[in-house]
Design a protein around this ligand. Sequence first.
Ligand code: ADP
Ligand code: ZN
Length: 210
Amino acid sequence: MNIILLGAPGAGKGTQATKISDGYGLPHISTGDIFRENIKNQTPIGVLAKSFIDKGQLVPDEVTCKIVEERIAREDCKNGYMLDGFPRTIAQAEALDKIANIDLVINIQVDFGDVMERLCGRRVCKDCGESYHVSRLNGATTCSRCGGELYQRKDDNPETVQSRLEVYSAQTEPLIAYYTKKGLLFNVVSDSTPEATYEKVSAKLDALLK
Ligand code: ADP
Ligand code: ZN
């Protein structure tokens, strides 16, 4: 099963991705995580990606598509995978159509008004990528899942979040119509707890696997 997670920044894609990956044994492919890993290791891709990410802009399609193509060709993707944060443009979706058969696109819907507060208060585990919100951490500085240290992403500040939302509306939102037309879109509203959202997602995945 090959699935795509779609949604605005702060919709909770990463959180659902971790749960789906644990629940269904699908490798979690996050282009954002791949870029951050490259930035940390100061690779040429990392240096290039950083100049876009820090401004809240998208990394160019050629670079991003090549990374995904290489990643889904690996052995662990043989029985399926989950893409988180890719595709983000129509050009990326068209490139993906040439190399993959997608079974489902999960569109996680969130109120734009909630995103700023969610992202600016977000803390992320540097080891496993789990997200937390400062208001629920009670001062904790480590991950309750793996003990890793929590940090604040450099692009989780008001100015950058604003441009990420604008980029989402202009470049990523058209994918909703693109995948609706293909009959692949499954909408899920992310308005209560991550667990409640995951229940809706897993019911859909179970039905699909039957
Ligand atoms: P979020 O969904 O919270 O914005 P991500 O971790 O998915 O965070 O992405 C962080 C940044 O990485 C994006 O703002 C963008 O600059 C870059 N990026 C991630 N995925 C893509 C992609 N498919 N195409 C272009 N840029 C991307
Ligand atoms: Zn962790």
